[in-house]
Design a protein around this ligand. Structure first.
Ligand SMILES: *Cc1c(COP(=O)(O)O)cnc(C)c1O
Length: 422
């Protein structure tokens, strides 16, 4: 089933059932056609994949290990709990896999410049890192609001040699940064590649990013067999755009007995309307936006709704079209975890395993812990720990109501603001 995804027929190209496609303005046709051709050639060239794996194993800690969580298992008293450690990647998350893969493809295409847009900043830092390593020019578009909120990330992007453009248009957030990046691309595409951060957007991005991220699932399947002598009963991953989930699920798509569970942001609860559970919440509907067809959080008129999540990485209106299709095929089960459940799972994981999960990843953990108690110790379950939680220090301190630390951390930032304004 995984290899079935990779068909390149003209016409229906880029569709997975009714989802996906490439709904793009005329001006981008040529550059996306070029990207499709280069991606297909790279996909068919085993030397390209070998070069990618080699780079990731010497630069980003691959293969990332699988950790048996003995303490969590004892605490829950059900299935044995295993965690795939994507938090050990360079820059702290699975995002490294995607950007390094696209970077190698850019080199192969002979282009010298990359652009990207970023909201919380993680994808911007990962892209700037790749550009530094591979010797590419790099411009990152960021809404002016986000530049204010994410100064540490802006600092690192600049140190890495990227030009960070603070976008003052509109609401000064991610949406406006995307528009600015697209304007840049329309003028610069002869020498510039747009590094998309997840399995969304027009074809070939969903398929291409899934392919790079499938390294997670390929490793994980072999590691579970070696470590436990069996495949896991279930695999859990959080779903923002869907790249870490697509990546780990890809390794198990053909294993019919392995249940795949995608966990979306339940925010303040599915009844509250403040969440980003496009599928599990039953409130997303099928539409076309941002170059592709999928489930979006939109109103009856097709206006995009505001979404909410405690984690910036899951707060997204669309979902990868391949995942939407796998939902329709009943191959992936979608669930949601609320902000409160996520904080609780976070606390449990830190204390019992000494792991500091990103709040995104803690969604997968929250759901897995709820379900694991109902399974047998003969069953192993696997959770994708998409990234580490250092970046979430303010959000977590605030959510824990730990004023001592929250005030201390905030004061440090305010002190700095006062000094730098002088
Ligand atoms: C960006 C991010 C996500 C969400 O992106 P996906 O494309 O859904 O994987 C999840 N976890 C972490 C740690 C992230 O940084």
């Amino acid at each position: 089933m995984f290899s079935e995804l990779f068909q390149f027929p003209p016409g229906k190209e880029g569709f997975f059932g009714q989802f996906g496609g490439a709904f793009i303005p005329e001006i981008l046709h040529e550059t996306l056609a070029e990207l499709r051709t280069s991606f297909e050639a790279a996909y068919r060239d085993p030397a390209f994949w070998d070069e990618y794996v080699q780079l990731m194993s010497t630069y980003s800690c691959r293969p990332t290990p699988i950790t048996f969580c003995e303490n969590l298992t004892r605490l829950q008293g059900g299935a044995r709990i295993y965690i795939k450690r994507e938090d050990l990647n360079h820059t702290g998350a699975h995002k490294a896999n995607n950007v390094m893969g696209q970077g190698l493809l850019v080199k192969r295409m002979g282009k010298g410049r990359v652009i990207a847009e970023t909201g919380a900043g993680q994808h911007g830092v990962a892209t700037a890192t790749m550009a530094a390593k591979l010797g590419l020019q790099c411009t990152i578009y960021m809404g002016a609001e986000d530049v204010e909120r994410q100064r540490p990330n802006v600092f690192w992007m600049e140190q890495l040699g990227a030009t960070v453009v603070s976008v003052e248009d509109g609401t000064r957030t991610l949406k406006d940064a995307i528009n600015a990046a697209l304007r840049d691309w329309a003028e610069s595409m002869a020498d510039t590649h747009y590094v998309l951060g997840t399995v969304c957007g027009p074809h070939p991005f969903p398929l291409m990013v899934t392919w790079f991220q499938s390294l997670i699932g390929k490793e994980a399947r072999a590691q579970m067999l070696e470590l436990t002598g069996a495949l896991p009963k279930r695999v859990y991953a959080c779903v923002g755009g869907g790249s870490n989930a697509s990546g780990i699920f890809a390794g198990f798509l053909d294993d019919k007995d392995v249940e795949l569970v995608g966990v979306e942001a339940g925010g303040l609860g599915l009844q509250s309307g403040s969440h980003a559970a496009r599928i599990a919440g039953g409130q997303g509907s099928v539409g076309v936006a941002q170059g592709y067809k999928t489930f979006f959080m939109q109103d009856a008129e097709g206006q995009m709704r505001d979404t909410h999540s405690i984690s910036a990485g899951l707060d997204y209106i669309g979902i990868g079209p391949i995942l939407a299709w796998l939902h329709e095929q009943k191959r992936v089960r979608f669930e949601a975890a609320t902000d409160a459940e996520v904080i609780s799972a976070f606390k449990t994981t830190v204390r019992s395993e000494g792991l500091i999960p990103a709040l995104e990843s803690a969604h997968a953990i929250a759901r897995a812990l709820q379900e694991s108690a109902t399974l047998s110790p003969r069953d192993g379950i696997l959770i994708n720990l998409s990234g580490r939680g250092d970046k979430d220090i303010f959000t977590i301190a605030a959510a824990l109501g730990d004023e001592r630390w929250y005030d201390f951390l905030r004061n440090k930032v305010n002190d700095h603001d006062r000094k730098s304004k002088k």
